[in-house]
Design a protein around this ligand. Structure first.
Ligand SMILES: Nc1ncnc2c1ncn2[C@@H]1O[C@H](COP(=O)(O)OP(=O)(O)OP(=O)(O)O)[C@@H](O)[C@H]1O
Ligand SMILES: [Mg+2]
Length: 289
């Protein structure tokens, strides 16, 4: 999907080397070239999948509290970066620091513990589970025990009660309390997108990665979600990396925008600067109608 009037197409690019999945480097603590105040500092990151260069020497940084949008055509490498940051893939080359520490050393299951949470481009909820249970899944890596195991026993432990209370509080925060006991299956898509957001923030992350949260929503749902994301950022002092094709939303809520094309950064700046950038207009935005 592309914004404005451009047609979509997935693209690939030739390159050398090996698949980026869990193959590459490990290194010691690394201080990137960008501001030391950055919460996330991506430095010269390259990811190759066989002959495809999904990311090509990408560098940018996000300061604490910022909403940074990562935009670009289909196949530009946006989800690949999410998968590197959430430790699904190792980069073939490059470094990432999170809060000043090497991120690439971390195993995927420890990401939530250091304060990183994500949503997925395609909804990843359990249809048969209630909304409350789906949200509680977001706490399983930070809680001492699995609530699924716990739910097989009679009675709730103190920790289980606290987890439930916390999940209820997040449902309230996102105006989802009415659906707490409803199975995810059958709920409107816009509601399910908010449930996914609830699941991501219930672990109290510092860095939230949102992969196309507005995909498939109606115009009014997109506007509503944009305001929810901004409110959640403000109330929780979150740092947000937002991948989105809805330019109205991106330009409305982002503090800065990074633009990818074929895995390379072609521009970075304020939304107003990005909208005027000839290279971005040519590669992605298209000329205004
Ligand atoms: N696991 C993988 N194995 C091989 N190639 C992959 C893999 N994941 C991504 N790619 C390729 O890497 C490139 C970047 O893909 P990615 O999914 O990161 O793009 P994207 O910017 O998120 O696109 P979209 O806007 O369509 O979601 C594409 O050419 C894609 O086909
Ligand atoms: Mg993607």
């Amino acid at each position: 999907m592309r914004p404005a009037n451009d047609a979509a197409s997935s693209r690939s690019r030739s390159g050398r080397g090996r698949c980026g999945r869990k193959t590459a480097r490990s290194g010691g603590p690394f201080q990137g070239e960008n501001s030391i105040a950055a919460l996330l500092d991506v430095s010269d990151v390259t990811v190759r999948f066989g002959g495809v260069v999904a990311l090509d020497g990408l560098s940018f940084a996000i300061d604490e509290g910022q909403i940074c949008a990562l935009i670009g055509p289909n196949g530009a490498g946006k989800t690949t970066l999410f998968n590197v940051v959430s430790r699904v893939y190792d980069p073939t080359e490059g470094h990432i620091t999170y809060d000043g520490d090497d991120l690439i050393h971390l195993a995927p299951h420890t990401i939530a513990r250091v304060g990183i949470a994500r949503t997925f481009q395609n909804l990843a909820l359990w249809p048969g589970m209630s909304v409350l249970e789906n949200v509680m899944v977001g706490m399983h890596t930070t809680s001492k025990q699995s609530f699924l195991t716990a739910s097989l026993r009679l009675g709730l432990s103190k920790e289980e009660r606290q987890l439930r209370e916390k999940a209820h509080a997040v449902l309230e925060e996102l105006d989802l309390q009415a659906f707490a006991r409803h199975p995810a299956a059958g709920l409107p898509f816009g509601t399910l997108k908010r449930v996914e957001l609830a699941r991501a923030i219930v672990s109290d992350p510092r860095l939230l990665l949102l992969d196309e949260p507005a995909g498939g929503l109606t115009h009014s749902e997109v506007d509503e979600l944009a305001s929810v994301i901004k409110t959640v950022r403000d109330n929780r002092n979150l740092t947000v990396l937002l991948v989105e094709h809805h330019m109205h939303m991106v330009m409305g809520i982002s503090d800065k925008v990074v633009v990818l094309d074929f895995g390379s950064k072609i521009s970075e700046g304020l939304p107003s600067e990005i909208q005027r950038d000839e290279r971005v207009i040519e590669a992605y935005l298209g000329a205004p109608a």
